[in-house]
Each structure stands twice: as C-alpha cells, then as structure tokens.
Ligand binder design. Structure first.
Ligand SMILES: Nc1nc2c(ncn2[C@@H]2O[C@H](COP(=O)(O)OP(=O)(O)OP(=O)(O)O)[C@@H](O)[C@H]2O)c(=O)[nH]1
Ligand SMILES: [Mg+2]
Length: 335
C-alpha cells in the first residue's frame, strides 16, 4: 500500500486529487488514515484545501447488514450500473473488527471483481486497525478525498454488528439496510436499533440460488414493513422495504430509486441541515479521538502507568483512585 512520504507535499497531492490521479487519491487516503502527528498536521492542511473545491454534494449512502448478507456483491452490482450510467463511484468500508482472517481486502476485491478494475470506480478497503472512532475519522475524511477527486456517489459498506452501523449512519445521507428473508419469530433476530436508523430496507438474495424464492422474500418484506411501522410510528419518512438480488441484479435499480426518493424527501435544505448536524457530531468525535491519542502519548501517563497497573492488579488501588492518578499525571503534562 502507498505510504505517505515523511515530508508530505500537500499542494502536489491536492493537484493530483483535482485531476483524479488514482495514485494521489490513494496516497491522500493513506495520509488521512495515519495517526502519526506529522501526518495528521498534513492531513488537516490537505482537507482545508480540499474544502475550497466547489462541488455539488455527492450522494453518500451507507450499506449495512450482517456478515454474508451480500453487501459487497450488492455494491458490485449497483456500482457497475452507476458507472455505466456515467457516475463516478467511491467505495469505502468501515470494519473496526477487521481482524477477520485475511481482512476485508481479499474478500472485497473478489466480491467486487468488475468494480475494482472499473476506471470510474475507486474501492478502498477498511483501515485495518484502530478504534471505531479512529476508523470513523479516517472514513469521513477519505470520503472527502474521494468527492474532491470527482466521485459523485460514495458507498460505505459496514458490517451490522456493534456500533459501526450507528457510526456510519452518522456520516451518510441515506442508510440502506440489507437483510435476508426472515419471517415470524426470525424477525426478532433483527436488531430494533437498526430499524430505527434505516432509511431504505432491502430483502436481499431474493433469487432461486439463495434458496429464498422471490415469494418468500416478498412475504418477509411485508412483515418487515409492518415491524418498521411499529418501530417508527408516524415519522415523516416511512422507510420502504423492497426485495432484490445483488447476484442477479434483480431489483437493484429499484433499491437505488428508493435511495433517490429518500434524498428527494430530504430536499436541498434538509440535506444541508442533516450534514451540518453531522459536522457537529464529527467535531466532538475528533475531539474525543484527539484526547485519546494524547492520553496514549502522554509522558506523565507513561511514567505512572506501570505502577498503577501493578497496584490495581494486586488489589491495592481501587479503580476510581487509579483513574484519578492517571488523570492527574496527564494534567501534569501541561503544567
Ligand atoms: N443467492 C445469492 N447469494 C448471494 C447474493 N449476494 C451475495 N451472495 C453470496 O453470499 C456470500 C456473501 O456475499 P458478500 O457479498 O461477500 O457478503 P457481505 O455482506 O459483503 O459479507 P461481509 O463483507 O463478510 O460482511 C457470497 O457467497 C455471495 O456469493 C445474492 O443476491 N443471492
Ligand atoms: Mg463485504
């Protein structure tokens, strides 16, 4: 993977991004993913310069669902349709758990065989390490790099476990939840939380190969729509539930139409308002992330860490007092 040089030439990078040079886009994303202090300063500079590009807002869509539900296959199908229609598509992944064997790199590239060689698309696998906050920071900024490079659609794949889908919902315009046919009691397996944040729901693998015949998927979609009405009440936007198959491509256009309908529903003002709120959330996420970094690199904390650890493990120091001691050491850095 491209590593940013020690001394980053931000101006050259900005020019490269503006002309859509893939190597520079890749390098810029590596830069915004880096947690090294000098890279973070360069990344800030880069993002400030990119912010001056006057571009219409790209369409940002989060795509979530349990492992194996078919997110990558769906993105391959949707993405190739979009590029064929003249769009430029960026694909990012948020997967703080990507310790899974081989990582998401291999899996994503093989599931997205056509898209990964499509000159109108740019696929970036998940940053392989870090806290969810750190991964979210990297992804939000990678999104800005892709948009500055002319990608008018950005798709963010995230596995529907833990907090990652909430995080992704906080960085996109429309949140698409993929599921497979489940009816009756199986519906309980779908987390209520995800139904609260979904803007569009698609029952995937509605094809014969999936063993989920189209009919089953339709029944499941009807039941899900009912469950959604219970969870969402009479909200302004009633999330549509449709069926599709990422494998055969059936229904994929319909899903995209629903995403468009959600955008239309937001309208230009609604979208601006939503993004402004996300910026505020992101601001605080950046602060928390930075504090976390500072805590890790604090000389004061480093000097008490081992003693505190020993004292807590031996039962001599209660956790609240241990925390106070660490914080006092941290505060001592600046005095
Ligand atoms: N029958 C059928 N199989 C599908 C469909 N979409 C994906 N699959 C299969 O389901 C498996 C998982 O597909 P992926 O696209 O990798 O699923 P994913 O949700 O991206 O998985 P993770 O990234 O691991 O969370 C693969 O074996 C696919 O071939 C579909 O629409 N129909
Ligand atoms: Mg995948």
């Amino acid at each position: 993977m491209a590593r940013p040089a020690r001394q980053v030439d931000v101006t050259a990078l900005v020019d490269g991004i503006r002309s859509g040079r893939r190597a520079d886009v890749s390098r810029a994303i590596t830069l915004v993913e880096s947690s090294r202090a000098e890279h973070r300063a360069a990344a800030r500079d880069l993002l400030t310069q990119l912010a001056t590009f006057d571009l219409p807002p790209a369409t940002r869509v989060g795509i979530s669902g349990v492992p194996g539900v078919g997110k990558s296959t769906f993105i391959e199908s949707l993405g190739t349709r979009l590029t064929a229609a003249g769009h430029r598509v960026g694909v990012l992944a948020v997967d703080p758990s990507s310790v899974r064997t081989g990582g998401s790199v291999l899996g994503d590239k093989t599931r997205m065989a056509a898209l990964s060689v499509d000159p109108r698309a740019f696929i970036r696998p998940s940053p392989s390490a870090g806290t969810l906050g750190g991964v979210a920071r990297a992804t939000t900024q990678a999104m800005l790099v892709l948009e500055a490079a002319g990608h008018d659609v950005v798709l963010v794949e995230t596995v529907g476990v833990g907090q990652s889908e909430v995080t992704v919902a906080g960085m996109v315009d429309t949140f698409l939840f993929l599921t497979i046919a489940r009816t009756g009691d199986q519906l309980q397996g779908i987390k209520k939380g995800i139904l609260e944040i979904a803007d569009v729901v698609a029952v995937n693998k509605a094809d014969a190969q999936g063993g989920d015949h189209e009919g089953e998927a339709r029944v499941a979609a009807r039941e899900l729509a009912g469950a959604l009405r219970l969870v969402r009440g009479h909200a302004e936007w009633a999330p549509p539930v449709v069926t599709c198959s990422g494998l055969t491509g059936a229904g994929v256009d319909d899903v995209w139409d629903r995403v468009g309908a959600h955008r239309d529903h937001l309208g230009a003002d609604g979208l601006a308002h939503k993004r402004a709120g996300q910026q505020l959330e992101f601001t605080w996420a950046l602060v928390r992330d930075e504090l976390d970094q500072r805590l890790r690199s604090s000389p004061g904390v480093a000097s008490v860490r081992d003693d505190v650890r020993r004292a807590v493990l031996s039962g001599d120091l209660p956790a609240p007092l241990a925390a106070d001691r660490i914080l006092a050491a941290y505060d001592g850095d600046s005095t």
